[in-house]
Each structure stands twice: as C-alpha cells, then as structure tokens.
Design a protein around this ligand. Structure first.
Ligand code: PAF
Length: 288
C-alpha cells in the first residue's frame, strides 16, 4: 500500500470535495516532514477522529530565522510517505512552494499577544510564518479537525487563537508530547545531537518535570525557576533562552502558581536548540 501524494491545491480540493460529497469528515495533520513518532501519534489520533486524514508536508521558509537552519532541515519525503502508508493515511499533500506563496503573495497572518515572548522573542517573524502557512493549509484542505502536538505549546495556543479570531471552521485537537524512554521530547532536531549531547539532552525534560512538581507542591516560583536554570546549565546545556512559568491558555507570565500553568523552556545544547514544556497546577499536581 502507498499513500497518494498531491502537490497542487486543485488536486487537493478535488479529492476533498469528493470525500465531502460522500459525507466523510476530514482531519489535517500539518507537518514539515522528517516524520517521527510524535508526528505519527498525531496521524493515529486523526485516524481515530475523522473518516479521512490529510497529512501536509511543507518546509515553510517563512518560519525559519536563518537560511542555514532552513537548508539544514531534513527532507525525507519518500520515507515519510512510507510511514504514512503503513498507518493508513489517506492523502499526503506536498505543495510546491508556488501553491503556498504564489508570485505577488502579500498577506501575513499575525497573532499578537500570544506570539510575543518565549520563542517569539528569540525567533522574530517565526510565528507570523507559522500562522500564515497554517491558515493557508486550513483553507486549502477545508478540514474539520486539525491535529497539533503539545511539544510546540506556544504554536498550539497561537493556532487556537487564530482559529477563534478568524472564525475558521476547524476544531484544533492537541495531542501529548511523545518522549523517548529517557524523557527527551521527540523532535526533528534531535538527529543533530552528537552521542555526548544526546546523553545530556534528557536533562531539559527531567528538570522541567521536577520543577513542575516542586511548584505544584508550593515552592516559590522565582527562586525555583532560577534553580531550574542552574540545573540545566550544570547538566551541560550551553545556554538557556528562556525558562518561564506561563498561564496555560493565555501564556501570560506568572510569578505565583495560582492557576493551571505551563513551564516552558528553550535551551541550546551545543549548536542545537531544543524546546520543551510541561503542565503544572496548584490543584492537580499532575505533570506531563
Ligand atoms: O510544527 C510544525 O511542524 C510547523 O510549524 C507547522 C505547524 C507544520 C507549520 O509549518
């Protein structure tokens, strides 16, 4: 079995319209390819929810901050297609760049507030690129459901805000972060880690999980976050861009844990930037 691949909006819309006529519901799983178990878990969840699933694969130049990072992004279309075929995905949409950004393209979708701070501070323009491409993918596929991972938590909340603000008729479904056995969150950037860095990498998640538990038990926020930063650096990370406690839905900074929150971090391990986040709450001490 293989998964059908389409590369133009016209082909995509013809197939989606046929599905709709037969009464099928449609889910979309937006990706940039290099599919790992995290992406596959989204596709599996989508298959449970909808009659037909479309996985999109587009390495979106507008969300990269450097040409080198864009060039280094892995392109593994045929392996990705094979993985999706095994799962039983119904369609892989791999748009040519011109289908997303045709000549004269002049529109940017910008979600204020939620896109500021955290990754927004360190990756200027990144979230405008994400919002613009995701809006296009939603409109091109006309899907009923869209699946996103909690790993990119700021992105998830940004997409939710955009869907609400623009009345896009799609339900955003979030799926838990998939982790290696040692706690490292799956990411297409993990393949860049040297064996020595790979051994250090899980410490980001481990410190976040431990810190979330301490906060839930009542540790004061600011000193506890300072200790967490120190622990990540002591483990071998080179630099921490941010490690912050933010409101779970509005992502507003928090200095005391008085409502459900997320502890979010971005840190550099050698030349690789890793992000992660976990939930914490003053009432439920559950973290994940
Ligand atoms: O999370 C990603 O892989 C990308 O940001 C997305 C949502 C596919 C948009 O390009």
């Amino acid at each position: 079995m293989s998964v059908p691949i389409v590369r133009t909006v016209d082909e995509l819309r013809t197939i989606a319209a046929e599905w709709r006529r037969s009464g099928a519901s449609i889910a979309v799983v937006p990706t940039m390819g290099a599919l790992h178990e995290g992406h596959l878990s989204l596709a599996r969840a989508a298959l449970q929810k909808a009659d037909r699933i479309i996985v999109t694969l587009f390495v979106n130049p507008k969300q990269f901050n450097s040409a080198a990072d864009l060039a280094a992004y892995p392109r593994t279309e045929s392996q990705d297609a094979a993985k999706l075929a095994l799962l039983g995905a119904h369609l892989l949409y791999v748009p040519d760049a011109v289908e997303i950004y045709p000549a004269g393209f002049a529109t940017t979708v910008s979600v204020s507030g939620i896109s500021q701070g955290l990754c927004g501070t360190f990756r200027p323009g990144h979230f405008d690129g994400v919002a613009t491409v995701v809006a296009k993918l939603f409109l091109q596929t006309g899907a009923d459901f869209a699946f996103f991972g909690e790993k990119d938590f700021q992105q998830l909340q940004l997409v939710r805000r955009m869907v609400q603000d623009l009345d896009i008729p799609i339900t955003v479904v979030c799926c838990p972060t998939v982790r290696e056995a040692d706690g490292l969150a799956l990411s297409s950037r993990n393949f860049r880690l040297s064996p020595a860095e790979r051994a250090i990498a899980p410490n980001l998640a481990l410190v976040l999980i431990e810190t979330a538990e301490r906060l839930a038990r009542g540790s004061p926020v600011l000193p506890t976050l300072a200790e967490a930063r120190a622990a990540i650096l002591a483990a071998g990370y080179r630099d921490i861009e941010y490690l912050e406690l933010r409101g779970e839905t509005d992502l507003q900074p928090m200095t005391s844990l008085d409502r459900p929150a997320r502890l979010l971090a971005a840190a550099w391990l050698g030349e690789t930037r890793l992000i992660d986040n976990v939930r914490t709450s003053p009432v439920f001490s559950e973290v994940r």
